[in-house]
Design a protein around this ligand. Structure first.
Ligand SMILES: Cc1cc2nc3c(=O)[nH]c(=O)nc-3n(C[C@H](O)[C@H](O)[C@H](O)COP(=O)(O)OP(=O)(O)OC[C@H]3O[C@@H](n4cnc5c(N)ncnc54)[C@H](O)[C@@H]3O)c2cc1C
Ligand code: FES
Length: 280
């Protein structure tokens, strides 16, 4: 069992937890993820390693409450335990030789983008971060991004904080200004990553995206997380989760991502009904 040692709500739908998992903490790197099961008959869900403390043996996860399992996880408190917490899985972000990078995060994707920005910053890379949210009340990790970035731009769709607009707008302006990024790293909703790639392409800037398809085993055996990259089938869990954005078939990934929507809605309603009964 893996004990929760810290819990904080970052906004009404996003929660941060530090979990005691010394073996995972010992090896985890930015870009990798874990798979957890809240309880013995729960489903397995992947969450990115949002941070780690090797000395304390803890791993940080930041998750958005979107469905049944994340709602169940959010019911857990400090002192409670999680049944399974497996990792680190996937490949770490490639940082070799990067001197100047633009990190683009969207929504809860910022939780995944932050450790990447922090790692690059710690290696002496000049990090420009652009983070976007639907509105001010959904903003997360502003201070942490400020610390890790030489330049931080915050965007909101409705203009309630930072600048009004999409993350692709300041990115395009920066590229037009001649910012010579070695790489742009985009992490967020599929549609956001697709348009970040489209923005970068005319400038020929390498664009890395972090894919988060449905995952089941996380070990390359079930095929659940398959994607088409450069015309070939790849598994996000073992070949990724980061890929060259120019090569990813985003339209196919978006189609596959919507396949289980009805089942997920049902699981969420079931979990919510369970909590309602418990509080009555
Ligand atoms: C490598 C990877 C890293 C991720 N990191 C984070 C993170 O750091 N923070 C975060 O909030 N979310 C992250 N996700 C997404 C997270 O796994 C899903 O939000 C979670 O599984 C939802 O489960 P649920 O039962 O609450 O929701 P459900 O009702 O089951 O599903 C809601 C949505 O979550 C996604 N989802 C559901 N099950 C899975 C699954 N097994 N694998 C992948 N996606 C699924 C689907 O897109 C679905 O539309 C990551 C996904 C992957 C693949
Ligand atoms: S999750 Fe099963 S192959 Fe990737």
């Amino acid at each position: 069992m893996y004990k929760i040692v810290y819990k904080k709500s970052l906004n009404p739908t996003v929660t941060l937890m530090d979990v005691e998992a010394p073996l995972v903490a010992r090896k985890a790197e930015a870009g990798q993820f874990i798979i957890l099961r809240v309880d013995a008959d729960g489903e397995r869900i992947p969450l990115t390693v949002a941070g780690y403390d090797r000395a304390r043996g803890t791993v940080r996860i930041i998750f958005q409450i979107v469905g049944g399992t994340t709602a169940l996880l959010n019911e857990k408190n400090v002192g409670d335990s999680i049944c399974d917490f497996v990792g680190p899985l996937g490949n770490a972000t490639k940082t070799d030789g990067l001197k100047k990078v633009c990190v683009v995060g969207g929504g809860v994707g910022c939780a995944i983008a932050l450790p990447v920005a922090q790692k690059l910053h710690s290696l002496g890379c000049e990090v420009h971060s652009i983070i976007g949210f639907r509105s001010k009340d959904l903003l997360i990790l502003e201070d942490e991004f400020k610390t890790a970035s030489a330049k931080l731009t915050i965007m909101t769709d409705d203009g309630s904080y930072g600048e009004k607009g999409l993350v692709t707008e300041p990115l395009k302006t920066a590229l037009e200004r001649g910012e010579n990024y070695d790489e742009v790293i985009a992490i967020g909703p599929l549609v956001m990553m697709k348009f970040v790639v489209a923005t970068c392409k005319p400038f020929g800037v390498k664009t890395v995206v972090s894919m988060n398809p449905i995952m089941i085993d996380g070990t390359g055996m079930c095929g659940g997380c398959r994607l088409t990259v450069n015309g070939k089938t790849k598994f996000a869990c073992v070949d990724g989760p980061e890929f060259d954005g120019y090569e990813v078939d985003f339209d196919e990934a978006m189609l596959r991502g919507g396949m289980y929507r009805d089942f997920e809605r049902h699981a969420y309603d079931k979990a919510c009904n369970l909590f309602r009964k418990e509080v009555q």
